[in-house]
Design a protein. Structure first.
Length: 259
């Protein structure tokens, strides 16, 4: 009886070990995905030494410099062929001049495979909640939008100087936020964030996706931008915010994908 009991006990242990092994090998591996943000002017890389130099010409013919590029992206999303959606749900504030957050790994793990990758430029209305993100409230001198303009947060601050028609150097502030019309009661608000679709990407164990911003595109497609007319006080300009949102559709493209 003792011999049989020992054999039975050994058998149970063997089965248990096999079961554990099977369970371990059946679990689907999941991986994080890294993103790298690069910036160019019609293909020419924007380097640290390029800031504050009047060396760019926009589509309308104005010569200009860049002193600041700070922008927010959120809701990086991966969608597979079956329609299954993996939404990171976090955000990244890129400060190009300070080389801050040029690399970002969303707080999500997904199985290997092919995915359509998207993100939101700025915050959509669901996420654009006034004072909801402490780390943004003090970022870049305060990333908040004043409450009379609807509150919430900036999408982007692009700044520099341009040469006006009188040959003077004038500062411009190309700031994008949720469109607002303060002349109405209550204030009229329109979500001007937009989705960027990077297309199909094969995700593996160490995938890095380059996201390229062509800064020149902010000034030309589909709205040709005249800095002599629209160079500052754009935040309370409802129509200007719509135009900037429309121009953003061609700003971002997928660059190199490394595994």
């Amino acid at each position: 009886m003792k011999k049989i009991a020992l054999i039975l006990a050994f058998g149970l242990v063997f089965v248990a070990c096999n079961t554990d092994d099977d369970a371990g090998t059946s679990e689907e591996q999941k991986f994080t995905v890294a993103f790298s943000f690069t910036h160019n002017w019609d293909g020419g890389a924007i380097a640290d030494a390029d800031f504050d130099l009047i060396q760019y010409t926009n589509a309308n013919g104005e010569q200009l410099s860049i002193s600041k590029i700070v922008y927010l992206i959120s809701d990086i999303t991966f969608t597979n062929a079956a329609g299954e959606v993996f939404d990171a749900g976090d955000f990244n504030l890129v400060n190009v001049r300070e080389n801050s957050n040029l690399s970002f790994t969303p707080n999500i793990e997904i199985p290997a495979g092919d995915y359509t990758v998207t993100f939101t430029f700025g915050f959509d209305d669901e996420d654009n909640i006034d004072l909801a993100y402490p780390e943004l409230n003090s970022a870049d001198g305060g990333w908040n939008v004043p409450l009379p303009m609807g509150g919430g947060y900036h999408y982007m601050r692009l700044e520099g100087k341009y040469i006006n028609t009188a040959s003077d150097e004038i500062g411009y502030q190309y700031h994008t936020i949720r469109a607002n019309d303060m002349s109405t009661t209550p204030i009229t608000l329109q979500d001007t964030s937009f989705e960027v679709n990077l297309g199909l990407v094969t995700i593996g164990s160490s995938t890095n996706i380059e996201v390229q911003m062509n800064v020149a595109e902010w000034f030309k497609n589909p709205n040709l931008w005249d800095l002599n007319v629209l160079f500052t006080v754009l935040m309370p300009n409802f129509d200007a915010q719509i135009m900037m949102s429309e121009n953003g559709a061609t700003v971002f493209t997928k660059g190199a994908v490394t595994q």
